[in-house]
Design a protein around this ligand. Structure first.
Ligand SMILES: C[S@@+](CC[C@H](N)C(=O)[O-])C[C@H]1O[C@@H](n2cnc3c(N)ncnc32)[C@H](O)[C@@H]1O
Length: 390
């Protein structure tokens, strides 16, 4: 059946939301807020639709003054209808209807950036924004993504394993305000660990597309932004409060896309990233979950891309493990951690942490298809590993 395009100012919010969900854009739009959705539709200057036999399969929603600028806010194509040129046609018809004399502007998801040159758009290097205040707690990406061109994110229907998000996410929500100082007391040689993770990145990496898993309040994210000023960085964390702190530190920096999501449920297109990083987050996954994550990371990386993470690993023997724990406690107490604080971390560890050995994790990385495996830094439990997709 042919695809029919039309301008539909009266498009219903039910149809709009249904399409957003079929296109994955729902993850980054307020689909659970019917009044906002209704206002988005009724306040739009232009809504261009694509339908096949009446079924809505694509939509473009824009705000325009009709003379100088047109902001294309939402472009969504049903995932079953992607890569047929519908997105390009919607952009073209939106521009034509708004007035070809207007500058057509949109914000892209990092993973979709390669699409826009392909449809004749040029990148602007000084776009700035202030995120809307009602959305700052769990900052959704302030980006536009033609769903299916490339698309980050957790499956909207997927649920975290029972209790996990509440327990781990809420724990980090509860300590987000004090997290930076807690690190100084309880994570020995943490700055050195971040330095080492960055120091041992391949020097050939230029402006990489980066995924950071479990970014917390953004300690590594800030350093990544400094090291790679022209990179696009996707930050993922379970904890809304940690992400809100991270957002405050990073400001309205368009290089970052933030997603409050469980890293076990993420899905991205193959080869969406050049570099995947994480610091002290992956140990919240069980051994099986780590293996699944490593396999997915390999697919998300382009050939030659690197997965590197710093985390808490167990020692090879019980004896060494006990020695690590004793030393960790001594060092933390000397750095000012109270007995109560130490106990709090130990309770968290007993309930939610899964320390696996270096040999196991290197083996899992190899089985997941990584090569050039290495461990460039280690101190007590804290270990950095890296592997590259061949
Ligand atoms: C110890 S903090 C580390 C934060 C940050 N990477 C750093 O170096 O400061 C662990 C972070 O991992 C996040 N986290 C734990 N499990 C996660 C999961 N399954 N998916 C996403 N984030 C997770 C927590 O919410 C928390 O912010």
């Amino acid at each position: 059946m042919p695809i029919e395009f039309a301008i539909e100012p009266d498009l219903s919010s039910t149809e709009f939301v249904d399409l957003l969900e079929r296109s994955t854009l729902a993850e980054r739009r307020p689909v659970k807020q019917p009044e906002t959705i209704e206002q988005m539709l009724r306040g739009a200057s232009l809504i261009v639709t694509a339908r096949e036999a009446g079924l809505l399969v694509g939509v473009s929603r824009a705000i325009s003054d009709g003379a100088y600028c047109t902001y294309l806010s939402d472009l969504a194509v049903d995932s079953h209808y992607q890569r047929q040129g519908i997105g390009r046609e919607l952009v073209s018809r939106t521009h034509a209807a708004a007035g070809l004399a207007t500058n057509l502007i949109l914000l892209s998801a990092p993973a979709a950036q390669s699409y826009y040159p392909h449809i004749g758009m040029t990148q602007h290097d000084s776009c700035w924004m202030i995120a809307g205040s009602t959305r700052t707690k769990a900052p959704p990406a302030a980006e536009h993504q033609p769903a299916g061109v490339a698309g980050p994110s957790a499956s909207p229907s997927a649920q975290p394993p029972a209790g996990t998000k509440d327990a781990v996410g809420e724990f980090f929500d509860s300590i987000a305000g004090d997290y930076e100082s807690a690190i100084e007391r309880c994570f020995p040689r943490y700055p050195e660990m971040l330095w080492a993770l960055l120091e041992y990145l391949p020097t050939s990496l230029k402006n990489p597309r980066i995924l950071e898993l479990g970014c917390g309040t953004g300690n590594l994210s800030v350093l990544l932004a400094q090291r790679f000023p022209a990179s696009a960085i996707t930050l993922v964390d379970l904890s809304a409060d940690s992400l809100a702190n991270c957002q405050r530190r990073l400001g309205a920096d368009l290089r970052f896309t933030m997603e409050q999501a469980d890293m076990r449920l993420l899905s991205y297109p193959d080869e969406a990233f050049d570099l995947i990083v994480s610091t002290i987050a992956i140990h919240h996954l069980t051994g099986v979950e780590k293996q699944e994550l490593f396999a997915r990371c390999r697919r998300w990386l382009r050939p030659g891309g690197m997965l590197t993470f710093a985390d808490q690993f167990s020692a090879a023997t019980e004896e060494n493990n006990s020695r690590h724990m004793e030393n960790w406690q001594k060092i933390s107490r000397a750095a000012g951690a109270s007995q109560a604080e130490w106990s709090m971390w130990m309770e968290h560890q007993a309930e939610h942490d899964h320390h696996d050995s270096l040999t196991d994790q290197l083996d899992w990385l190899q089985r997941a298809g990584f090569a050039q495996l290495d461990c460039p830094w280690r101190y007590l439990l804290w270990t950095i590993v890296q592997g590259r997709r061949p």
